[in-house]
Design a protein. Structure first.
Ligand code: DHB
Length: 310
């Protein structure tokens, strides 16, 4: 009963990894797909060529379960590696193929190759990577976002969605939704990490990651309220046929439930998957099921988007 659909793709479970976590290698991707409690997998955002990423340490877990900071720098095996992987999808589950080209042209080139390939899953265009030195996040540039989507949808016919960064202003919610609603998007995934936070180690008075002088994307518990606001604000503004993947701050079944209340169709787990490992999906589904039972709901349809206001 914990299922969802995006266009003609069916998901037997609503949980999956968030891009970047447990999805860089074939082995990691297989691990996510093999879980009995995931509905899909999303691949590490690909660039045209293999990248080693930023120097380590580039990922850090904050004390007291507050969350994580990372500046990975888009380490990935390169577009062709993931195209090979999806062509031999070992499961029946849908795959989200995430791309994060370093330029508009690199993204359009990868989309052309996906369009011309046998890939029959979904494509997530990442407009929100905050960790490549010198490269701004596309989705904070509304004109650039409109431009790349116009050029992409001129030829791209497979189910395409976008991964967005968090927005913090009501007018920005209005502006991004107005742009997204012009296109036949299959889904919107919100949020990526809160970009460019700074964490300090108290004993040594130093930053905790090496790239960018310690600045990095924040995930986990710290970002939950921002994630819920973005899911809710976009669900209220986007065309009903654009599905929403809720990502950010999920560490318990209650967090999953809250994302659904705000309108999420699927829910992704990033930081907590990195911290806890693959068994997180089992625990979250059990905790979510217990909440639904306690409240007397038979299906997620009764909950989705049903957040109450005062
Ligand atoms: C990375 C981080 C992101 O938030 C993202 O969307 C893509 C890549 C990274 O640092 O690898």
């Amino acid at each position: 009963q914990l299922t969802a659909n995006i266009q003609n793709h069916h998901f037997d479970h609503i949980l999956l990894n968030a891009a970047g976590v447990m999805c860089q290698t074939n082995e990691e991707l297989n691990t996510v797909l093999s879980s009995s409690y995931t509905g899909a997998v999303v691949t590490k955002s690909a660039t045209a060529d293999h990248r080693p990423g930023n120097p380590a340490p580039r990922y850090y877990e904050l004390p007291n379960h507050l969350g994580t900071i990372n500046s990975m720098g888009l380490p990935n095996e390169g577009f062709n590696y993931y195209l090979d992987y999806v062509s031999t999808n070992p499961s029946q589950k849908p795959i989200f193929f995430s791309i994060a080209g370093l330029s508009k042209q690199e993204n359009l080139d990868m989309l052309h190759q996906l369009q011309n390939s046998d890939f029959d899953g979904l494509i997530e265009l990442n407009l929100s990577c905050p960790n490549v030195p010198g490269k701004p996040q596309t989705a904070y540039d509304f004109e650039a976002t409109q431009q790349i989507l116009s050029e992409a949808f001129a030829f791209f016919k497979k189910p395409l969605g976008v991964k967005l960064p968090p927005y913090f202003d009501i007018v920005h919610f209005d502006m991004i939704a107005d742009i997204l609603n012009q296109f036949p998007l299959a889904f919107v995934n919100t949020i990526n990490s809160i970009g460019n936070g700074l964490v300090i180690d108290e004993d040594s008075d130093t930053v905790v990651i090496k790239p960018k002088g310690g600045f990095g994307g924040i995930g986990g518990t710290l970002v939950k309220a921002t994630a819920l606001a973005n899911v809710r604000a976009l669900r209220q503004r986007l065309n009903a046929d654009i599905k929403i993947i809720g990502t950010g701050g999920v560490t318990t079944g209650r967090d999953v439930y809250d994302h659904i209340l705000c309108g999420a169709d699927l829910v992704e787990v990033g930081s907590q998957l990195a911290i806890e490992g693959i068994t997180v999906f089992d625990r979250l589904e059990r905790e979510l099921t217990a909440i639904l039972e306690e409240k007397g709901y038979q299906s997620l349809e009764e909950v989705r988007g049903q957040l109450k206001v005062l």
